[in-house]
Each structure stands twice: as structure tokens, then as C-alpha cells.
Design a binder for this molecule. Structure first.
Ligand code: PLP
Length: 452
């Protein structure tokens, strides 16, 4: 079950990455005036999408890309054109998906905490909704009595198959906050009863977790949802459950340049564990995020200073917790590869010594790599954080109001490297506006008194 196959892919070619970085320096996209930038590999994204679609073959599948992984409208538009759908989990993400041009019937709204207004809007649009719990089903039912809807409606299950190696990424543990806990007393029957009570309910949803969840855990979760669907349909004597949304969560290789496990590996594991899934009786939905984006992007940053502290070599760079939040707070779970370049964007030599690669945020833990063997870094050099096309520079954290970097898409099709900017670097004016600069006097105007 564990065998994996590495698939050839443009994003796994280090010399191509080197060429892109060199071209980015020449184009002025990274350097003293722009000390950080994010880069997204358009050829790589399209190759990944093709691999994903091929892996599932002819089965009728809606691959709803998990927007949170790279929530940029131009990326969503590219993926829509490439034939994907979109999984969203907030009003903001839903707005992005609509702006990107996804048809409502290719959008899936998840999220464990939806307001009535959010549900009403989604029902009015006709996007698919997966309710998180039985109380949410009751809300949907009440809304549907007022306004009919074209939405396909599902219920998220927590198959409680256990946690992976990263607790914070494991959504199917016994006590996870997501979905209906299937093995808790009475819960399974309550789901069966819900299908009796709500004729509009036609889909079951599971998303077992993300990075760190082994394939057996994911396929066991999907299998549990499939078994329940079979049971509901057998009892009803009719196809009450017509669709299964099997979530995302395929882990990626943060240690090296392989696309492994591949989407094809995942499908072969699923075929083995849950053969009935593919016989055409169920409409399938997937929700991959990280496996589509992470390896198709990197972060570049300037090294500002280098110093020796207590026997350690510390490179003070512009890449920190604002761009690699998970890595900084959970360094053991989310290690990132770092590559070193000269200011001209040429790969640095091979003689290595251990560096701490620190960022610009004002707290001591703002270190993206510790004791990492790297060619000796000097001020003005560049570093890249690899495999950060998802959940990194597109999930920026505004701590210290460090400037949100530009994001550039690139292609090497035709030989030459070409860029297009898909998110501009944040300006100081934007930081001021988002920080209440036009409301500067409002606390004074409140005329509050000292409290005693
Ligand atoms: C985050 C999330 C995904 C995507 O997970 P990846 O690990 O990026 O594939 C899919 N579905 C739901 C419900 C999610 O919360």
C-alpha cells in the first residue's frame, strides 16, 4: 500500500529554479528594493492539474481546489480554466472563487462555523455546501423552506480514524472539532435519521487531515464514509446518498525534489481500500490544496546581515514568521528547505557551515531554519524557501506589519523565463489604511475617563 512512484515534473528540477531566480534578479523582482517575493510556477501548476485529472481517469470527479492553500484570484482563474472546481471555507474565499469565474455548481463551501447569512448566500448562489453538524442541517432546512436552492447539500463526517503526526492538521481524531463524530454513541444513527428527515441531503463529506496524515488513515476515513453511504442507501432501498466528497490532504515531500506520493499513488491506494468508490455509483468530489500548490512555488528573500552569536552563525534575512508561520512556530513539523544564492542570483558554492536563518519579526523565535548547513552567507545574498507555493506567502501573517511581498507567476515555456505579477507588494499607504490611520482621533473623541 505504501509504494510510491515519482512523477517527472518541472518544479522538481533545481537547475530550472536557479534559472528562474537569476531571471527574477535581472528583472528587479527580488533585491534591495524588494527584499522578499513569492514565485508561483505556472507550468508546474498545470502539470500537477493534468496529473491529478489523469490519476482519477474517466470517473466523474469534481476536483475542488482548496482555495485556502493559494487564495489568489489569478491562480483560481488559471485552475478554473484548467478544469478544476473550488473548495472555499469563508465568505472571503467564496468571493474569490466567484471573482475567479467558477460556476456555482463547481464551488463547494465547507467551514465548521457558518452564519445563517453565509448559508443563505451560498444557497442563493447554488454552491454545494457541506454542513459541519446536525444543528447546521436544521439551519439549512429552515432556510430552504423560505427559498428554494440548486445547491447540492452534504454532511461532514468525522470518521474518528485517528490522528497523523501533526495533531493540529489531523481532523479525524476522536475529539476533532470537525464533522459529526461517527463512532460516538448514537451519532451514526443520527446521521441515518438525518437522511430520513431531509430529502435534500444527498452527500457525505470527509477530510481526514493534511500534511502528516498517512495514506492508510485517509483511505480508512474515506472507507468509513463510503460504508455509511452504502448502509443508508441499502436501508432506504433507493440512492439517498448520491455523492461522496473525499476531501484533500495528500501530503507532499518537503525534504526533496520528488512529487511523491503522487495523486496516482493516492488513487491506487483508494482503489485497493475502497474499490466500490470508483464504480460510477457516486459522484466524487476531491479537495486537494497542498499537493497542487506547495511544490509549485518558492519564496525569495534578501540576507540583510550575518552575525556570530554565542558560537552560532545567524543570517538575518527578510524571510520570517510572516511568510512561513507554521515553520517558525512548529519547526519540527514543518521544516523547509533553504537554498543560497549570490546577490546576482547565482547558486552559492558548496562549502557549507551551519546557519540559523532568521527573519525580520521582533520575537526571538522568528527563525525559519536552525543549524542548517548552507554555503557561507553574506549580506546582500539571497535565500529561497522551497515548496512554499501553498500556505506560506499566500497565507501571510501581518505581525509587525512587515510588508506583504509581491507574488509573481512564471513560465519557462519556450525556453526563456517570463514573469507576470499577480499580487503587488503591499504599500505603506495600505498598511496605514488597514491600521486605522483615517480614524486616528477617534479614541480621543470617545472622551473616556480614567477607570478606578
Ligand atoms: C484544508 C482543507 C483541504 C485541503 O487540504 P490539503 O492538505 O491542502 O490538501 C480540503 N478540505 C478541507 C475541508 C480543508 O479544510
Amino acid at each position: 500500500m505504501q509504494a510510491t512512484t515519482a512523477v517527472p515534473h518541472p518544479a522538481t528540477d533545481p537547475s530550472r529554479r536557479d534559472r528562474v531566480l537569476r531571471a527574477a534578479v535581472r528583472a528587479g523582482l527580488i533585491g534591495p528594493d524588494h527584499p522578499t517575493a513569492g514565485f508561483l510556477d505556472v507550468d508546474g501548476l498545470l502539470t500537477t492539474v493534468a496529473d491529478l485529472k489523469a490519476a482519477f481517469g474517466d470517473a466523474p470527479v469534481l476536483h475542488a481546489f482548496a482555495a485556502k492553500s493559494t487564495p489568489l484570484v489569478p491562480v483560481l482563474r488559471l485552475l478554473a480554466e484548467a478544469g478544476l472546481g473550488c473548495e472555499v471555507a469563508s465568505p472571503g474565499e467564496l468571493a474569490l472563487a466567484v471573482a475567479a469565474g467558477f460556476a456555482p455548481d463547481r464551488i463547494v463551501l465547507d467551514s465548521p462555523v457558518k452564519t445563517r447569512a453565509e448559508l443563505a448566500r451560498a444557497l442563493a448562489l447554488g454552491v454545494a455546501i457541506n454542513a459541519d453538524n446536525l444543528a447546521e442541517l436544521a439551519r439549512v432546512d429552515a432556510l430552504l423552506t423560505a427559498v428554494p436552492s440548486a445547491s447540492v447539500l452534504g454532511l461532514r463526517l468525522n470518521p474518528q480514524v485517528g490522528a497523523g503526526t501533526i495533531a493540529a492538521m489531523s481532523t479525524a481524531s476522536r475529539t476533532s472539532k470537525f464533522g459529526v463524530p461517527m463512532t460516538d454513541p448514537g451519532a451514526r444513527q443520527a446521521v441515518i435519521d438525518a437522511f430520513d428527515a431531509y430529502p435534500w441531503l444527498t452527500r457525505l463529506h470527509v477530510h481526514v487531515g493534511s500534511q502528516g496524515c498517512p495514506p492508510e488513515l485517509i483511505t480508512a476515513g474515506v472507507g468509513a464514509a463510503y460504508d455509511l453511504a452504502e448502509e443508508i442507501n441499502a436501508r432506504a432501498g433507493t440512492r439517498r446518498v448520491t455523492g461522496l466528497d473525499i476531501g484533500g490532504g495528500l501530503p507532499v515531500d518537503f525534504d526533496g525534489d520528488t512529487m511523491s506520493p503522487s495523486h496516482a499513488d493516492y488513487v491506487s491506494w483508494l482503489r485497493e481500500a475502497v474499490p466500490g468508490l470508483f464504480d460510477g455509483r457516486y459522484e466524487l468530489v476531491t479537495e486537494f490544496g497542498r499537493s497542487v500548490t506547495a511544490k509549485n512555488g518558492f519564496t525569495a528573500a534578501v540576507v540583510e546581515y550575518v552575525k556570530d552569536v554565542g558560537g552560532r552563525r545567524i543570517a538575518l534575512t527578510h524571510a520570517g514568521a510572516h511568510l512561513a508561520t507554521r515553520t517558525v512556530f512548529m519547526p519540527d513539523s514543518w521544516p523547509l528547505r533553504v537554498a543560497a544564492y549570490t546577490a546576482e542570483g547565482l547558486p552559492k558554492g558548496t562549502a557549507e557551515l551551519p546557519h540559523d536563518v532568521a527573519g525580520p519579526c521582533c520575537f526571538a523565535g522568528d527563525v525559519v531554519a536552525r543549524d542548517r548547513p548552507l554555503p557561507e552567507l553574506a549580506p546582500g545574498d539571497l535565500i529561497t524557501l522551497l515548496d512554499t507555493g501553498g500556505y506560506a506567502f499566500t497565507a501571510h501573517w501581518s505581525y509587525n506589519n512587515v510588508t506583504r511581498p509581491a507574488v509573481h507567476g512564471f513560465t519557462t515555456a519556450g525556453g526563456e523565463v517570463r514573469f507576470t505579477t499577480i499580487r503587488a507588494e503591499q504599500t505603506t499607504a495600505e498598511i496605514l489604511a488597514e491600521s486605522g490611520a483615517d480614524l486616528a482621533d477617534d479614541l480621543l473623541a470617545l472622551e473616556a475617563a480614567p477607570w478606578r
